[in-house]
Design a protein around this ligand. Sequence first.
Ligand SMILES: [Ca+2]
Ligand SMILES: [Ca+2]
Ligand SMILES: [Ca+2]
Length: 247
Amino acid sequence: MSQVSLSSLKYLTIAVSTALLVGCGSGSSSDPDPIEAEAEVPEEDDLVVVPPPIEVEEIVPVIPDPISASFENNFQGWLDALTSEAVTVDFESIPSLSSVRVNGDEFSALDGEPRLTQTEGTGMFVGNPSDGNQIISPVSGINTFFMGCDPNCEGVVRVDFSSPVNSFGAYFVDVEADFGSTGFSLFENAIVPEFAFSEAQGQNAQSHLGFTRSIPFSTVFIHFSTGSTNDGAAMDDMSYVLSQSAP
Ligand SMILES: [Ca+2]
Ligand SMILES: [Ca+2]
Ligand SMILES: [Ca+2]
């Protein structure tokens, strides 16, 4: 009697524990999986469908207009387009000589602290380069700004301001066959200026180039030919307008 009852208890214990293991295993693996699978699929579908149309629509209007309005030989038109009075660098703060080499920070006492850096050429000079075969008439005073280049190449000057400006302009003197490479660019390493003279201006002619931009900028590049073959061009009365008044 005692042997039978002991063996039957063992079988009962094994049967119950097996049933519990099987029941728990089958219950936990069959119930949660369908719920999780059904919940994940719709969320992924919603995320994939929504973003692409938004990204495509935003790419199109991102392309900015580099220059909003340009003025060639229309100084008064440029003045009328300004938002406030222009600051002018007349290059008269440098002692009068035929040519004085400058490093570009000589004009930083003015509002906007313009600093000039040569990016192409063999030197920046202020003065009056008039000599036997070339007469340069300054627009203001007795000095102009010009570059050296040996023997003939494109001169490029970078101008950096301490606060953004929205307008820029200058007079150029003696723009001739190199008119297409005389002007301004807002982009570094531009091969030709994005805004240049449309035709030759003539021997010793004083010609104004100016532009305004709806998006303020802090850097502008001045392009002009220098050298013996094209006999170069000088600049005077470089002007700009700060986009916001000083605090
Ligand atoms: Ca001058
Ligand atoms: Ca000339
Ligand atoms: Ca020239």
